[in-house]
Ligand binder design. Structure first.
Ligand SMILES: Nc1ncnc2c1ncn2[C@@H]1O[C@H](COP(=O)(O)OP(=O)(O)O)[C@@H](O)[C@H]1O
Ligand SMILES: [Mg+2]
Length: 250
């Protein structure tokens, strides 16, 4: 992103995260500035989900710091981070499949703690304008929709929490390329409208195509980082993702 250097929103320093004795994140430092769309790419098992679980407070890091809007939030639980504007759409979406689309959306607002009445209705209005498909299906059970619609709902639910930083873990998981394109377009629009986004994505070329900056994670560490356009042209980075979807011919 060009223009003046903006405020650092998320600043992760030397993050370490373990599950029992297993180390999933060894040493990751990562910065997201306000207004940016930052991609985190890397192969399966690299530590991407663990990184964002640590950032969002779902798992408490065993080392390092997570600073959000200048505040040390390393030890804050997820709901307190949501209240501060850090919202994550988890891998696998984790919707309430038996509940209606509307109830899932309302739950996104409750997680924020303070969104009630008029503010929640305004937030609902906003996300339904963004996803007209969901508007048609407000009364439908979330679990009965297509994968793409469920991912839309997961993003919409995240937006109901009124985030300053939206973290999305695996946007494309299980979705057809056409749907992925559509959702990537939605993220681009949200980012242009001012939302800061951290996108974790296995389909590297898709993520690099819409991101400002990117981090390549391997083995719980940052293997490479830099402007997304540079990484997309880097033969070593691309070689590491052979077998992933190749970039479209321009
Ligand atoms: N809940 C968990 N318990 C134990 N090990 C886990 C758990 N989640 C992930 N891991 C391990 O941590 C490492 C990183 O996994 P993960 O963060 O899910 O990677 P990615 O999201 O890049 O695929 C892997 O070795 C994985 O097996
Ligand atoms: Mg993952």
């Amino acid at each position: 992103m060009s223009g003046p250097i903006s405020e650092t929103l998320l600043d992760i320093k030397s993050l370490e995260l373990r599950y029992g004795a297993a180390v999933a994140v060894r040493d990751i430092s990562l910065t997201v500035r306000r207004g940016q769309l930052v991609a985190v790419i890397g192969n399966n098992g690299a530590g991407k989900s663990s990184l964002v679980r640590g950032a969002s407070g779902l798992v408490r890091p065993s080392g390092g710091t997570v600073t959000f809007k200048g505040e040390d939030t390393t030890r804050l639980p997820a709901h307190k981070k949501v209240a501060r504007g850090l919202v994550m759409v988890p891998e696998g979406r984790l919707l309430f499949p038996d509940q209606s689309v509307e109830d899932n959306l309302i739950l996104g607002a409750y997680a924020h703690g303070g969104l009630k009445g008029e503010k929640a209705r305004a937030a609902l209005e906003r996300v339904l304008t963004l996803f007209p498909r969901l508007k048609e299906r407000l009364a439908q059970q979330a679990g009965s929709m297509s994968g793409g619609e469920q991912q839309m709902l997961a993003i919409a639910r995240g937006l109901m929490g009124d985030p300053e930083l939206l973290i999305i873990d695996e946007l494309s998981l299980g979705l057809a390329p056409k749907i992925v394109d559509q959702l990537m377009g939605v993220l681009t629009d949200l980012n242009k409208a001012g939302l800061t986004i951290l996108l974790v994505e296995q389909l590297a070329s898709y993520a690099l195509a819409i991101a400002d900056a990117a981090y390549v994670i391997a083995n719980g560490r940052v293997a490479r980082s830099g402007p997304a356009a540079e990484l997309a042209r880097d033969p070593e980075v691309m070689a590491a993702f052979l077998g992933k979807k190749a970039p479209r011919a321009a």
